[in-house]
Design a protein around this ligand. Structure first.
Ligand code: GTP
Length: 595
């Protein structure tokens, strides 16, 4: 295709503002998907995505659109809307010349609208603001148009109004994609450079790599090279999604399509990397490649210890399709054998544990999420701690914790409630701005405080109206301590936590109290203590009982007696021993989940 007849664009929106629904309508209006084959959220392929209505992996699709200026190929790149995947969002944006900024006409601008808008502006994209869901009775197009015009300039009355549900305004929107978004530019016969903006694992075809040709072209059967690793592969198939994968004779400058090389592991074909051709290799990779770094860590343990090999296999499989997932074996006194896993964020954690449950039929316990701490000991050693149990016991000269820059958007009535919450989580106000009836609050907050149910609290304090976005902002030194929870003097590793000194006491008393209620009485008294090093900061006691199962057996019915004893033995199987104390596994799970 002549690059002048190509338009590459994406849709950026806050979660639930209707991106997938609008994409569906575009596929229909352009005749890309015939009406009889249409189903909701056509581009969201994973079951989990469809059920939860979120887009995890970005996808590209080619559509044809005829206008008075001729026939055009429109490549639409669907981007994930969630902060955990912001690296993937930014790569998808880099593959486009323009973006549709979609805003729900009833909700108005939200935190991810802004975050994605700023990313699009950094990538110099032409932005087409669009109001969606104008069919809703609660829609307030005038107010929201003003909000948008205040934010990005232009006149409120020029903002397009559409409904992804009814299809109203969608044709006009496609016309303005053609008229307003610039055609791609690049060197048609220079050394090929294709940017990978997505890489998905397909069990039948191996890794399918989605690319945007920035310069030159790629053909099937030629040798290609990944520039970050130097690894070489044969391009077995090259094609476009229209929307089903359709092989082509090649991909030329400006085009968006896919590449199949037969590799089985997405780590060999990483998002952000540059693909070049062996016949005419580029010398310089495209800018902006970074390895996605896990930010949140949690231990995953099978409920049934014999499932451990299944869990290992499942993680190996998921890793093939998710380069950002990290894991290594770990053992816990309380929970047995498991894995320490690293995730991009909380949603990523949730998605992986959900897939393990669903696709591999695993029952799992996850320990409380933790972040990366950099600890310097008095003798000058630097230790990276992702698990409280690795926290050094000796003298510590400093601890640094990750900090994120958060943006919270909410109706202005909630300013007080939000400030209170952020302050209680050691937040520092960076700035505050009013956008009509809404306010944007910017705080720096330690990530460790965010991963700990911050979003739930934010939602409940604002009756669900606040939205949150965050990005890494470096590290800061903090007065952190490790709190251990001891049963009869034995630390239970799964409950150790790294917390701010001011919160140590409340964490300790909360856990001690929970465990007192959850652990059954033993034949002896069991003290529960919370301690920082050797210093006990909270204490509870489980009083002793003598549990005499045989007392129930009046008379001398020996078989009945035996049965009872066997039953008791069976019950013991699911018990974990912490020192001399028997703890049912359920108690650990309940204490961890806060039930
Ligand atoms: P993520 O993939 O999670 O980012 O969500 P999304 O932005 O793709 O939103 P989605 O298309 O899943 O729509 C969210 C909800 O809004 C769904 O319940 C849709 O049915 C509804 N919705 C989308 N567009 C419209 C519209 O134009 N009018 C009305 N009334 N509802 C809409």
């Amino acid at each position: 295709t002549d690059p002048a007849k190509i338009r590459n664009f994406c849709i950026i929106a806050h979660i639930d503002h209707g991106k997938s629904t609008l994409a569906d309508r575009m596929l229909q209006v352009t005749g890309t998907v015939p009406d009889r084959e249409m189903r909701a959220q056509y581009l969201d392929r994973m079951d989990i995505e469809r059920e939860r209505g979120i887009t995890i992996k970005s996808q590209a699709v080619r559509m044809h659109w005829a206008t008075d200026a001729g026939d055009f190929a429109l490549n639409m790149i669907d981007t994930p809307g969630h902060v955990d995947f912001s690296y993937e969002v930014s790569r998808s944006l880099a593959a486009c010349e323009g973006a549709i900024l979609l805003v729900d006409a009833a909700q108005g601008i939200e935190a991810q609208t802004l975050a994605n808008l700023y990313l699009a502006m950094e990538n110099d994209l032409e932005i087409i603001p669009v109001l969606n869901k104008i069919d809703l009775p609660a829609a307030d197009p005038e107010r929201v148009s003003r909000e948008i015009a205040d934010l990005i300039g232009g006149r409120p009355e020029d903002i397009l109004k559409v409904s992804g549900k009814t299809g109203a305004g969608v044709e006009e929107l496609l016309d303005s994609v053609v008229h307003r978004i610039p055609a791609p530019v690049g060197s048609a016969d220079g050394p090929p450079r294709a940017m990978i903006f997505d890489s998905v694992y397909d069990p039948y075809r191996g890794v399918v790599t989605y690319v945007r040709m920035i310069d030159g072209n790629l053909s099937p059967r030629e040798k290609v090279q990944m520039m970050s690793t130097g690894s070489e592969h044969e391009a077995l198939e090259v094609g476009v999604s229209a929307p089903e994968p359709t092989p082509t004779k090649g991909l030329a400058v400006g085009e968006v399509g896919y590449l199949i090389t037969g590799v089985k592991d997405v780590r060999l074909s990483k998002v952000g990397d540059t693909v070049t051709a062996k016949r005419k290799p580029a010398t310089e990779a495209l800018p902006g490649y970074t390895d996605p770094k896990p930010m949140v860590f949690s231990g995953l343990y099978p409920l049934d210890g014999s499932d451990y090999p299944v869990l290992r296999e499942a993680l190996d499989k998921l890793k093939l399709e998710d380069a950002a997932l990290q894991y290594e074996p770990e053992t816990s006194v309380a929970l047995g054998f498991g894995f320490r896993c690293g995730f991009l964020g909380l949603l990523h954690l949730e998605i992986i544990s959900e897939r393990l449950r669903r696709e591999f039929d695993l029952d799992l316990i996850a320990t409380a999420p933790s972040v990366i701490y950099q600890v310097t000991t008095d003798d000058g050693r630097e230790i990276t701690v992702t698990n409280p149990s690795e926290y050094p016991d000796g003298k510590i000269s400093s601890v640094r914790e990750p900090v994120v820059k958060t943006a919270i958007l909410a109706p202005k009535d909630y300013v007080g409630a939000i400030m209170e919450l952020c302050q209680s989580r050691r937040g520092n106000l960076l700035g505050m701005e009013y956008l009509g009836e809404r306010v944007e609050l910017r705080y720096s907050i330690p990530l460790g405080e965010i991963v700990f149910d911050f979003f739930d609290h934010l939602k409940s304090r604002t009756q669900g109206y606040a939205s949150l976005d965050y990005e890494p902002m470096g590290e800061q030194e903090a007065d952190l301590v490790k709190v251990d929870i001891l049963l009869q003097g034995e630390a239970v590793d799964a409950f150790s936590a790294i917390v701010h000194r001011d919160n140590a006491y409340s964490y300790g008393t909360m856990m001690a109290e929970r465990l007192r209620k959850l652990i059954p009485r033993q034949q002896f008294e069991v003290p529960i203590q919370a301690a920082i090093g050797a210093r006990v900061i909270a204490r509870e006691t489980i009083r002793a009982i003598r549990k005499d199962v045989l007392a129930k057996c009046y008379g001398g019915d020996i078989s009945r007696k035996r049965k009872l004893l066997e039953k008791q033995k069976e019950g013991k199987k699911r018990m974990k021993m912490v020192g001399r104390v028997e703890v049912p596994q359920e108690a650990f799970i309940a204490a961890l989940s806060g039930d």
